[in-house]
Design a protein around this ligand. Structure first.
Ligand SMILES: Cc1cc2nc3c(=O)[nH]c(=O)nc-3n(C[C@H](O)[C@H](O)[C@H](O)COP(=O)(O)OP(=O)(O)OC[C@H]3O[C@@H](n4cnc5c(N)ncnc54)[C@H](O)[C@@H]3O)c2cc1C
Length: 596
């Protein structure tokens, strides 16, 4: 069973991502390391002891629907109540609306633990947090006063309604429509698909944020507006009023995250109310809905990245435990080899050790990238000087955190099955669930292909390339520190880091030059390999940063050992990825005819 790696999480936050420095610099108010440890420890207890035991029930039972009423798996209603009573829903929300105004770094660490316990369950608050951010940033004072306190407490949950059958990655073609009313409200009509936690039984009201088009809106993405559409209308005294004209038509049958109800939502077909549409209120300005969504996208994408880290962590724990118990064959050099008939635990076999260390290194690397991204977001809100730099750092790291973490989530979960052998393919082991759950994360919240386009065409260009170059310079100084370190065990890490960083730098400069020359298709041909090159290089460097810390926690040697393993085994791929980015476009274009 999953046990939250609280110490590892705390170490990464403080020493790799920058939480410790931010506390020392007085940027986080009263927050001290003791409070950080207490929060992480209690979040870890809740995730391990309360969420994780119900994760398997959720997977087996799934969410069910009958006549538009959705029932969540056994125990999830009480679990949700208990989760919100712990105050976890409003960790980063403003104190004005009942939140705790804590840094994003703590929230992403907690999100990791909730998702390791059950990704399907954690999706519910993840969506609510997105809705809170949208309303807090763009909503009118009246909307904030009416909806934020209950969303922040978690008494009501939130959803994001973007996708339609013909409008997924390209929202410019969405058709849901909105009509203005004289009283300042709007009426919403249309169908949305794949809406996570669109209907359920864990909270009294569901606040839908819906993208729709006004009758006189310009075509494309410039004609989309954002509306707040509650399941139950709210009376002036805050009590719940009439049912609004919207409902869940059906639930999807999915590969994974079975406990999370993925709904087809129908707005304004007259099932409830006066047949004049679902009542909604504008969030932000008319026709600026997509811009509103974009301001919260960084956090939402990072939250999905945490799902990748979370699944990778849980899958690794399960695989290590199994590999210690399962015996097969005799590993070369195994201490028990002399005993007649004895078989070694599979964790003694070099190939299994390789799989487990790969899982550990990728998980820890993705965690460090994601936490560093959250740190940049916090600094962008709190640092006096250098805000623009931190905003750009967060923007640059977000697509990498989302895509690298969710890709390795799938890779690590798959390796976890491999470690289990045939039992990994059998559901009762639980390893298969991790792969099934992990597989959605590279797809939603902007597919990883869309993240790669964002990284290459927008994020590399920030400040004319200065932000990406400044990050590369920081990575070089980590490699220099390793070279100058007098600590044993790094092996050839410094050289391997140099080489990976050189590959990243060469690919980056090549992309910037091609983009400047207007060769967008050429640049985009290598966008996904570039994204992985970036993620792997950051993994190597951030593992080294952790290895350089002289912590007296008894784990310093194993951190260096994991760093060296990654540098000498995983980073060789970076050179090949650089070649793919810089020389792969011509053959990709030439081979297009193969698909004719
Ligand atoms: C379980 C689940 C939960 C979801 N939850 C929500 C939710 O709560 N709210 C919501 O609104 N939506 C939700 N979605 C929808 C999800 O965000 C979309 O599925 C996703 O954005 C991709 O859109 P699509 O499925 O239409 O794929 P498409 O856009 O058709 O993409 C198909 C493929 O083409 C690629 N592609 C598309 N356009 C481009 C391009 N311009 N350049 C390069 N490649 C491109 C994609 O990367 C992908 O590989 C959910 C989906 C699922 C399955």
């Amino acid at each position: 069973m999953y046990k939250a790696p609280v110490e590892e999480i705390a170490f990464t936050l403080k020493h790799v991502a920058g939480l410790g420095q931010a506390i020392d610099d007085g940027l986080l108010g009263d927050l001290g390391e003791d409070l950080v440890d207490a929060i992480l420890s209690e979040a870890g207890r809740f995730a391990s002891d309360e969420i994780a035991p119900l994760g398997e029930t959720g997977d087996r039972q799934g969410a069910r629907i009958a006549d538009g009423v959705v029932t969540t798996p056994d125990g999830w209603r009480d679990l949700y109540k208990s989760w919100i009573s712990g105050g976890w829903n409003g960790l980063t929300a403003s104190e004005e609306f009942g939140g705790q105004a804590l840094p994003h770094m703590l929230n992403v660490a907690a999100l990791e633990m909730w998702n390791s316990g059950s990704m399907a369950f954690a999706l519910c608050p993840t969506l609510t947090m997105g809705a809170i951010e949208a309303v807090a940033t763009h909503g009118s004072d009246a909307l904030k006063a009416t909806y934020l306190p209950k969303l922040v407490s978690g008494e009501w949950t939130g959803t994001m309604n973007l996708t339609e059958p013909h409008a997924g990655s390209d929202l410019g073609v969405l058709k849901a429509r909105a009509e203005r009313r004289d009283d300042g409200s709007y009426r919403i009509f249309g169908q949305k698909i794949f809406i996570t936690w669109g209907e359920h039984d864990v909270a009294d009201n569901i606040i839908h944020l819906v993208l729709a088009r006004l009758p006189d809106a310009p075509a494309g993405t410039r004609g989309i507006s954002l509306f707040l559409v509650p399941k139950f209308l709210v009376n002036d005294d805050g009590s719940l009023g009439a049912r609004n004209d919207l409902f869940a038509h059906s639930l999807e049958h999915k590969l994974g995250i079975h406990g999370s109800p993925t709904c087809t939502m129908i707005y304004g077909d007259g099932r409830f109310g006066d047949a004049k549409g679902a009542i909604g209120w504008l969030v932000g300005e008319e026709n600026k809905g997509l811009a509103c969504m974009f301001t919260m996208m960084n956090n939402a994408r990072l939250a999905v990245g945490m799902q990748g880290v979370a699944i990778a962590e849980a899958a690794t724990q399960k695989a290590v435990a199994y590999a210690r118990e399962r015996t097969q064959g005799k590993a070369p050099g195994w201490s028990g080899a002399g005993q007649a008939g004895a078989m070694s635990p599979i964790i003694e076999h070099p190939d299994v050790i390789r799989m487990l260390l790969t899982m550990k290194a990728l998980t820890q690397g993705a965690r460090a990238i994601a936490y560093s991204c959250a740190h940049a977001t916090d600094m962008a809100h709190r640092a006096g000087e250098g805000r623009q730099h931190w905003q750009e750092r967060a923007a640059l790291l977000t697509p990498i955190a989302k895509s690298f973490a969710t890709d390795i989530g799938v890779d690590v979960a798959s390796l976890g099955i491999q470690v289990h052998g045939g039992m990994g393919f059998i559901e009762e082991t639980g390893a298969a669930r991790y792969l099934r759950d992990a597989r959605i994360a590279p797809i939603y919240e902007g597919t990883n292909g869309i993240q790669a386009i964002d990284l290459v065409t927008r994020k590399l260009q920030l400040s004319g390339g200065a932000e990406v170059r400044s990050l590369i310079a920081e990575l070089k100084s980590i490699a220099d520190d390793v070279r100058g370190s007098n600590r044993d065990g790094f092996g050839t890490t410094a050289d391997r880091l140099d080489s990976a960083i050189a590959s990243l730098e060469a690919a980056t400069e090549w992309l910037l030059a091609e983009l400047a020359a207007g060769n967008t298709a050429k640049a985009l041909s290598g966008a996904t390999p570039y994204q992985r090159l970036f993620g792997l290089t950051l993994t190597g460097c951030y593992l080294a940063k952790g290895g350089l810390v002289e912590a007296e926690d008894g784990k310093a040697d194993s951190r260096i050992a994991l760093c060296r393993f990654a540098a000498e085994n995983l980073l060789a791929e970076t050179s090949a990825l650089k070649d793919t980015v810089t020389t792969g476009a011509a053959s990709l274009a030439a081979a297009r005819s193969v698909l004719a």
